[in-house]
Design a protein around this ligand. Structure first.
Ligand code: BEZ
Length: 254
């Protein structure tokens, strides 16, 4: 999915995206000096955290805007602009890591992406990742579906949120052994009184391309937020109903 990010806002108001990524990074079992590819590195915040653990890090991302922030903030790290489903490295790495990226990649492109990751890894290399799993943001997508319908549009959920079983099968076909997999709820606090509205504006972009004008887009967002007031607004704070899929897999021996 090719998205033009508001990179400054993403970095300032949605820092929880990379902050939660530290948990997934803890699944990496490698010594200092090992090479790590941060696939979909975004603003580079997790690439920096991985470097601080003593790894030799390269970041890849498709977004020019986010890479600009990454390169400005962390000039000592190598960042490359490339598509996650169409990249190659000159030297294979010990670990490929990814946080909060794969749900953006169309389901049909995952086999190609997993082939790229497999080729980028050394034998027995680790592939550690987290992204939105089955049921992710179910309440938000259901409310959007209803709000779109009320305005006579159809909501197309653009994301891929697989189960453990479905994704394990893809991984095995691509030459990996699954060592760890967990699907869990993570109710996530959003920033500010307009937290959910801002979340929708930041992350739900392509479904709104069918909506004719700005006023209708605003109406759909307002209706969605109103529908979720009882379920996702608690004690003066907005939450998003995240479900995460975390996995650690190993590249098979040949
Ligand atoms: C996620 O990190 O799970 C996610 C974020 C925005 C939109 C969809 C999913």
């Amino acid at each position: 999915m090719n998205i033009k990010w508001d990179a400054e806002k993403y970095t300032s108001d949605f820092a929880f995206v990379h902050q939660y990524g530290h948990h997934a990074a803890e699944l990496i079992d490698a010594r200092e000096g090992c090479t790590v590819l941060d696939l979909g590195c975004g603003n580079g915040a997790l690439s920096k955290a991985l470097q601080e653990k003593g790894f030799l890090v390269t970041g890849i991302d498709a977004s020019k805007e986010l890479l600009h922030i990454a390169k400005t903030n962390y000039p000592e790290i190598t960042f490359i602009q490339a598509d996650a489903a169409d990249f190659s490295l000159s030297h294979p790495v010990d670990v490929v890591f990814s946080n909060a990226v794969f749900h953006w990649i169309d389901k049909t492109c995952h086999p190609a992406m997993l082939q790229c990751v497999n080729r980028a890894l050394k034998e027995n290399g680790q592939f550690v990742f987290e992204f939105g799993g089955y049921g992710n943001n179910r309440m938000i997508h259901e409310a959007l579906t209803e709000a779109f319908q009320q305005c006579h549009y159809q909501y197309q959920n653009p994301f891929y949120f697989p189960t453990i079983g479905e994704y394990s099968a893809l991984l095995e076909q691509a030459g990996f052994q699954v060592r760890f997999a967990v699907l869990f709820d993570r109710m996530t606090e959003l920033k500010g009184e307009d937290g959910l509205k801002e979340w929708i504006k930041m992350f739900i972009k392509s479904p709104f391309s069918v909506v004719k004008n700005k006023a209708e887009q605003e109406e759909i967002i307002e209706t969605t937020v109103a529908k979720l007031q009882d379920s996702l607004y608690r004690d003066g704070k907005w939450y998003a109903d995240y479900v995460r899929l975390q996995m650690k897999v190993i590249k098979n021996d040949r």
